[in-house]
Design a protein around this ligand. Structure first.
Ligand code: SAM
Length: 327
């Protein structure tokens, strides 16, 4: 293992891999309906993803997260998990999912070596779920969460994107779940993307969410879960077994701690979620690039990693939607 760092001396040890740009839901803040889908041939094959991970692991990447689109929309995902957990240097493969198919796949994913899952869940109300996701699958998602917990994909973290006047009245309901059911809930600020229909609603800031919770449920106690190696700050309510995480992607710039790359489903290596710079890996992969050549491209991507995002200057990703990058 060599040790990968960017120009600002940030160590990069984490790669989020989008395995498809397709999703069975169509969340108002995520998908950007207008964007076309990739063709089958444009999407990296599992063997190609494996080669990228082998090169990245040799440079120091230790953790991989599968995402999408909806990762479980890709056939035989557990086969990819099996391939990635065997890569020397990779010590954790996890997944972010919308949960609709999780109940069916949780056991086989666990058996394949998946460590844990994050499930996106923005509401506990069926009609609202339909409004936000344009799908009638809340029951499937809740079921998926339970099955994932039962088979041991723990801690199952629930990602809630708070949207003003859409679901922000459920912040306390989610917070109470950390006490009543031991849920691990993370509140994520909605990031602006071109053509996202949720932007007009305005960001519900982390500071506002915290004060809403503290006013009704008591002072939050900082905590440091061992699985919390990303940008979230974690707290607990008194007597909670679950945790509350806050990802202030818009109002709290945490770029100084950024440790990741993103690989898009069509092989774009993206140094930053919120910047359009990418290095194409699919072309070189299909021309037979060696692992060493892939490593050089990954090192080149590290030099492109900017010091921080530019949301404050209203520079937002213009070329891809979240669904096409992987969140
Ligand atoms: N389909 C999977 C899912 O729903 O979790 C994985 C892909 S989704 C793009 C990954 C995460 O990004 C989800 O938790 C989703 O809520 C979040 N997300 C999508 N668009 C976002 C936005 N504009 N701002 C903040 N988070 C967003």
């Amino acid at each position: 293992m060599i040790g990968l760092a960017d120009s600002y001396h940030r160590r990069i040890n984490y790669m989020r891999i989008s395995v498809t740009d397709r999703c069975d839901l169509d969340c108002i803040y995520c998908s950007g309906r207008s964007a076309p889908h990739l063709s089958h041939d444009d999407i990296l094959r599992y063997e190609e993803i494996l080669r990228v991970v082998q090169a990245a692991a040799h440079l120091g990447v230790q953790k991989v997260r599968l995402t999408g689109g909806e990762p479980l929309a890709r056939l035989h995902l557990s086969r990819l998990v099996e391939m990635l957990v065997r890569v020397e240097g990779i010590d954790e493969v996890s997944m972010t999912t919308n949960g609709t198919l999780l109940a069916h796949h949780a056991a086989e994913l666990k058996a394949a070596g998946l460590k844990r899952v994050n499930v996106s869940l923005d509401t506990l109300k069926a009609d609202r779920f339909q409004q936000i996701t344009r799908g009638d699958k809340l029951r499937d998602v809740l079921n998926g969460i339970e099955v994932a917990r039962e088979v041991g994909l723990n801690p199952v973290k629930l990602n809630m994107v708070a949207l003003r006047d859409v679901n922000d009245d459920e912040i306390l309901d989610f917070a109470r779940k950390t006490v009543a059911d031991g849920w691990h809930v993370r509140f994520i600020e909605c990031m602006p993307f071109v053509s996202s229909t949720a932007e007009d609603n305005g960001v519900v800031a982390t500071s506002e969410i915290i004060s809403t919770i503290e006013q009704s449920l008591g002072k939050l106690i900082p905590c440091f879960p061992s699985s919390g190696n990303g940008p979230a700050r974690y707290y607990q309510l008194p007597e909670a077994t679950g945790t509350l995480g806050f990802i202030g992607a818009v109002t709290e710039c945490f770029c100084t701690e950024c440790n990741r790359f993103r690989l898009t489903a069509d092989g774009g290596l993206r140094p930053c979620l919120l910047d359009d710079d990418e290095i194409d890996l699919k072309g070189p992969l299909r021309r037979g690039a060696t692992i060493e050549e892939l490593e050089q491209l990954i090192l080149q991507a590290a030099t492109l990693k900017q010091e921080q995002h530019h949301l404050a200057e209203e520079v937002v990703p213009a070329k891809r939607q979240m669904r096409q990058i992987g969140g």
